[in-house]
Ligand binder design. Sequence first.
Ligand SMILES: NC(=O)c1ccc[n+]([C@@H]2O[C@H](COP(=O)([O-])OP(=O)(O)OC[C@H]3O[C@@H](n4cnc5c(N)ncnc54)[C@H](OP(=O)(O)O)[C@@H]3O)[C@@H](O)[C@H]2O)c1
Length: 245
Amino acid sequence: MIGFGTWQLRGRAGRQAVLTALQAGYRHIDTATMYGNEGEVGHALAESGLDRDSVFLTTKLPSSRADRERGTLAASLRALGTDHVDLWLVHWPPPGRKLCHVWQELLNLRDEGRVRAVGVSNYSLAQIDRLTQVTGEAPAVNQIPWSPARHDPDLLAAYAERGVAVEGYSPLKGTNLSDPVLVDIAKAHGATPAQVVLRWHLEHGITVIPKSVHADRIAANFDLMRFSLDPGQVAQVDTLSRHLA
Ligand SMILES: NC(=O)c1ccc[n+]([C@@H]2O[C@H](COP(=O)([O-])OP(=O)(O)OC[C@H]3O[C@@H](n4cnc5c(N)ncnc54)[C@H](OP(=O)(O)O)[C@@H]3O)[C@@H](O)[C@H]2O)c1
């Protein structure tokens, strides 16, 4: 439920940030072909000395690589230094008829065993329903932007009905961390507003994948299990979407 986001983490600093995250306890890393850092993730994983199977690795197929799914996955696996990924997502919906074709290819590659689960990112509900109608299988996950400002309980319920897990991205970027609601709740728990935002996602059953390059923030963003929000506090954070609308 708490993954480490790696967008914009490149080179030596990127590799060090992923290693720091693994050492801080993260066991879920989110990368993508488009991030150009699968090699750094693979090196950090090797350097950590952790068992491959103790870490959940996600990578993503760029929609521009529709028709080159197999080769793109092979390149991801090579760069990551592994023979499988735990989750492979289509990064953005490809246009027109490719929408379902690419999804069928992901299902085929999963059935060959090089990917444990497949999903999508930045898809609408209608696009997800189309995939399910045509192939008989819904994505395991839709990775989409989520934060208090974007909170949409009806959309969350619609994903739950379909059995599609929601992974929220940009949880902090989309949030005013000085908002008095967050500051007050944070004080009550001896936590930071950023931790309150991340914990709020967990209370809603949304996976979070915060990114940071700083060791102190990497550790704090993972330290979410020593407090919880009561229903009243969750409801208060929910209302931030209305304040900002
Ligand atoms: N599927 C997609 O299309 C898509 C799109 C965007 C992102 N993602 C994924 O989601 C991950 C997270 O999203 P994101 O990187 O856009 O945004 P984010 O994790 O919400 O925010 C990252 C920003 O917040 C700062 N930050 C991190 N921890 C903080 C803290 N405790 N207090 C204050 N500021 C903090 C970071 O700065 P420092 O690094 O300087 O600490 C960075 O500027 C990405 O890395 C990527 O893996 C996926």
